[in-house]
Ligand binder design. Structure first.
Ligand code: ACM
Length: 695
C-alpha cells in the first residue's frame, strides 16, 4: 500500500510538471521569485486588461494581440492577465522592472511603465511555452544591465529588412533592448542617404563576395545598382550581389524595434573599413603609396565633410542616443607615407598617427555631442587619447574595456573571446566554415564581465567604476555567412546566453538549468521557422584535450626562441595536455608568425625516447598553416644535437577545413635534450604551435 501511495504521488507530481510552466523556465533567468500554491491555465486567445493612469499604449496592445498568446482585450478590468502600469513608488525603480503574481484567478502584472509590462509579458509567454498551466508564483524582476545588445553585420553580406524584423521578434522574447546595425564596411554601403546617393548607387553591389576561403581575399569589384532592385531586399543574380536599406526601410525597422522596446544603434565606420567609400570616392585616398585600400586620408578635409553630413542625416533618422562610428582596425600605413597627413601632423603638433586618428574621432564626437547624443567606438578609439565623452565597445578581448573603465569611460563589453558569434559553436569539423574556431554556448554563458572587472581591479577598486559598465553585446560578423539561415544558425542559441548575462545577476546564473531552458526554447524557436544550432547533438570540446596524455615531460623545462630572440618559457607546450578546438586558448596554442621557431626541452636526465611529435592548428580560412619543414633533434649533453628523421605532413595548400595536425613518428633514441625547429612560413601565414609530445 505504501508503495502504491508513493507511485500515486509521483504520478501526480509528474502530471503537474509535464504541463506546467513556471519562473524556472524563463530565459533570461528572473532576478527573484517565490512559488505559490496552485496554478493558472492560460490558453491562446486569453484576455488582457490594462489599468493605467497614463494614456493607453496602442502599440503594446497591438503587440499583445499579435503575440504567441493572441491576447484579446477584455471589455472591463477583469481578465486573464491584468497589467497595472505606471506610477513607480520611487524614481529609482528601473523602467524595465516588473512584478508578476500568478494566482488561481488571474495573472497580475505590475510595472512602472510599458517596458516593464512588455518584459513581464515575455516572461508569461515563456512560462506558457513550457506548459499552459502556469504555476502560482510571485516574480519580482529587473535587468542587471541597461544595455543588452546584438550587433548585425549588414555589410559583408546583406540579409535584408525582413530578416532583421524577424530577429527583433526573438530579441524581444529574450528581453534584449539594443540592435546595433553595422551599416557600412569594405564590402558594401548599406544605407541610402540623400547626402550621399552615390554610395548606394555605386557602392552597395558587386561581384558576390562570399569568401569561405579568406586566403583568396581579393580586391572587391563594385557595380551600379541593378535596375530591378527593390530596397531592403537581397539582390543576387549569380553575378551581381548586394543590397541596401532605403530610409523608409530603416524607419520601419526602427518603429518595429521600438514596439519591442529595442533601440536601433547605427554604425557608420571610419576611418578604416572603407573600401566601398574609396571605390566610389577615390579622391579620398592618401597621396603617397597605398599600402592599404580601406582607410581614407586623414590629411584631407573632404572625407571629414562627407562623414559630417552622413552623421547629421543618420542622426535625423535614428532616434538612438548612441551613434557608433567604428574606429577599429584602421591601418596607419598610408598616413605614414602621405604628404598631406604629415603636413597636418606638423601643423597641429600631432606626435603620432594615433593622434591623427584621435583628431578624426574627436571631430566626429563634436558633431554627435552637438545633437545631444553620445559617440560609441570600438576599443581602438582609446589609442592616441580617447575623446572626452566617448563610450567604448570593447572587442579585442576584455582589456580595452577594463582600461576604459579605469579611465571612467562608459563601456559595453563585446569581447571576441566570448561574444563573437561568427566563431564555430561546436567541434569545427562538424560545423560550417567559421571566422574562427570554437566558441560553444557554455563559453559564451560563462563570461561575467562584472566579476572579471572586480577581479582585475582588485577589492579596493572604486566601486563606482562598475557604473561605467553599461552592459553586453553579442556580435555576428558576416564575412563567412551569405545565407540568412546560416546567420540565424550562428546566432541561436548563443544569443540566449548573451541575453541572460545582460539581464541576470551572475550569482543567479547556472549553466545546467540554462542549458535545459535553451534546449526547450531552441525547439520553440525552430518551430517558428528559425534555423537554430542543434544543442542536443552538441559534440563538445576535443576529447583528447581533456585528459593528460602519457609523456616524459612531467618535470621537464621547455623554452622557446623565436628568430634567435630571448628564450621564453614554453611550459604550456609540454604540460601533457593536447590543445582543444579554440585557437584563442592561450594555455594550449601559441600563434607564431613568419619566424624560425626553436623549442628546447630539458628532460632533466637521459631517457629512452620512443616517440616525438608536435601538434599544429591548421585552418586555411584564417591563415593558420602547418609548417612544412618541422625538424626534431636529440642530444645527451645539450651541445651536440643529432637530427631525428620524422616525415613531414604534406597537405593541399588550398584546403579550407579545420585540422589539428600532428607531425611525429616513433623513434628509438636516448637523450636528455630534445629540440623542435621549424620556420612558420611565408607572408600572412601563421603557425599555431600546440603540444610537443615526447615519449
Ligand atoms: C572588429 O571586430 N573589428 C570590431
Amino acid at each position: 500500500m505504501r508503495k502504491s501511495f508513493i507511485v500515486a504521488l509521483l504520478f501526480a507530481a509528474l502530471s503537474v510538471s509535464a504541463n506546467a510552466g513556471g519562473p524556472e523556465n524563463i530565459i533570461p533567468k528572473v532576478a527573484s521569485y517565490e512559488m505559490g500554491k496552485g496554478s493558472y491555465v492560460l490558453e491562446k486567445g486569453a484576455t488582457f486588461a490594462i489599468v493605467t493612469s497614463s494614456t493607453a499604449d496602442q502599440a503594446f496592445e497591438n503587440y499583445l494581440a499579435g503575440s504567441e498568446l493572441a491576447l484579446k482585450k477584455a471589455p472591463g478590468k477583469k481578465a486573464d492577465i491584468i497589467f497595472k502600469i505606471g506610477n513607480p513608488k520611487s524614481g529609482k525603480v528601473s523602467p524595465e522592472s516588473y512584478d508578476i503574481v500568478v494566482g488561481k484567478k488571474d495573472i497580475t502584472v505590475k510595472a512602472p511603465g510599458i517596458a516593464g509590462a512588455f518584459y513581464a509579458f515575455q516572461s508569461i509567454v515563456q512560462m506558457y511555452l513550457a506548459g499552459p498551466e502556469i504555476q502560482a508564483c510571485h516574480i519580482a524582476d529587473a535587468p542587471h544591465f541597461g544595455y543588452r545588445g546584438l550587433m548585425f553585420d549588414n555589410s559583408r553580406h546583406f540579409y535584408g529588412k525582413d530578416f532583421i524584423l524577424k530577429q527583433l521578434d526573438l530579441m524581444a522574447l529574450l528581453k534584449m533592448n539594443r540592435l546595433h546595425m553595422h551599416l557600412t564596411d569594405n564590402e558594401g554601403w548599406r544605407i541610402a542617404l540623400d547626402c550621399a546617393p552615390e554610395m548606394t548607387a555605386k557602392g552597395a553591389f558587386g561581384e558576390s563576395i562570399f569568401y569561405n576561403d579568406m586566403m583568396s581575399r581579393r580586391s572587391l569589384s563594385f557595380a551600379a545598382t541593378p535596375k530591378a532592385y527593390v530596397s531592403g531586399t537581397v539582390y543576387d543574380d549569380g553575378k551581381i550581389y548586394g543590397g541596401y536599406f532605403s530610409k523608409d526601410d530603416i524607419r520601419e525597422i526602427i518603429a518595429y524595434a521600438a514596439d519591442r522596446q529595442i533601440v536601433v544603434i547605427p554604425e557608420i565606420e571610419l576611418p578604416g573599413h572603407n573600401k566601398a567609400l574609396l571605390a566610389v570616392h577615390p579622391e579620398f585616398f592618401c597621396d603617397g603609396e597605398h599600402k592599404v585600400d580601406n582607410v581614407f586620408c586623414a590629411g584631407l578635409e573632404g572625407p571629414l565633410e562627407f562623414f559630417s553630413k552622413v552623421l547629421e542625416e543618420v542622426m535625423d533618422l535614428f532616434p538612438s542616443d548612441y551613434i557608433h562610428i567604428g574606429g577599429d582596425e584602421a591601418s596607419k600605413a598610408n598616413w605614414v607615407l602621405c604628404s598631406r597627413c604629415r603636413e597636418l601632423m606638423a601643423k597641429e603638433g600631432l606626435g603620432s598617427e594615433l593622434e591623427l586618428q584621435s583628431r578624426i574621432i574627436r571631430k566626429m564626437e563634436k558633431i554627435i555631442n552637438a545633437r545631444g547624443k553620445h559617440l560609441i567606438g570600438w576599443d581602438e578609439i582609446l589609442e592616441g587619447g580617447l575623446s572626452e565623452n566617448a563610450t567604448v565597445m570593447s572587442w579585442r578581448g576584455t582589456g580595452g574595456g577594463l582600461k576604459s573603465i579605469r579611465m571612467h569611460h562608459d563601456v559595453i563589453m563585446s569581447p571576441n573571446t566570448y561574444y563573437y558569434l561568427d566563431y564555430s559553436q561546436d567541434a569545427p569539423w562538424k560545423e560550417p566554415v567559421a571566422f574562427n574556431t570554437y566558441l560553444p554556448l557554455k563559453a559564451v554563458y560563462d563570461y561575467n564581465p562584472e566579476d572579471e572587472i572586480i577581479r582585475l581591479c582588485g577589492a579596493d577598486a572604486d566601486p563606482s567604476l562598475l557604473n561605467h559598465l553599461l552592459g553586453v553585446q553579442g556580435n555576428l560578423w558576416g564575412e563567412c555567412i551569405k545565407d540568412p539561415s546560416h546567420y540565424e544558425y550562428m546566432l541561436y542559441p548563443r544569443a540566449f546566453a548573451v541575453a541572460e548575462t545582460g539581464w541576470t545577476p551572475s550569482d543567479r546564473k547556472d549553466y545546467p538549468s540554462f542549458r535545459e531552458n535553451a534546449l526547450a526554447l531552441s525547439k520553440y524557436v525552430a518551430s517558428k521557422g528559425y534555423k537554430v544550432f542543434d544543442l542536443s547533438s552538441e559534440y563538445g570540446q576535443r576529447p583528447e584535450s581533456l585528459v593528460k596524455i602519457p609523456c616524459l615531460t612531467g618535470s621537464a623545462k621547455a623554452t622557446l626562441r623565436i628568430a634567435g630572440s630571448e628564450k621564453v618559457d614554453a611550459s604550456i607546450h609540454i604540460d601533457g595536455y593536447l590543445g582543444g578546438w579554440s585557437s584563442k586558448d592561450e594555455n594550449a596554442w601559441r600563434r607564431l608568425r613568419r619566424k624560425e621557431v626553436v623549442l628546447d626541452v630539458d628532460l632533466g636526465s637521459v631517457m629512452d625516447i620512443h616517440y616525438l611529435g608536435v601538434e599544429f592548428l591548421d585552418y586555411g580560412p584564417r591563415h593558420f598553416r602547418t609548417p612544412q619543414d618541422t625538424e626534431f633533434f636529440v642530444s645527451e649533453d645539450g651541445v651536440n644535437y643529432k637530427p631525428v628523421s620524422v616525415p613531414q605532413t604534406r597537405l593541399d595548400p588550398h584546403r579550407k577545413t579545420f585540422l589539428i595536425v600532428t607531425v611525429g613518428a616513433t623513434v628509438c633514441e636516448k637523450a636528455r635534450f630534445v629540440r623542435l625547429r621549424y620556420n612558420s612560413g611565408s607572408y600572412k601565414v601563421d603557425s599555431f604551435l600546440g603540444e610537443f609530445i615526447v615519449n
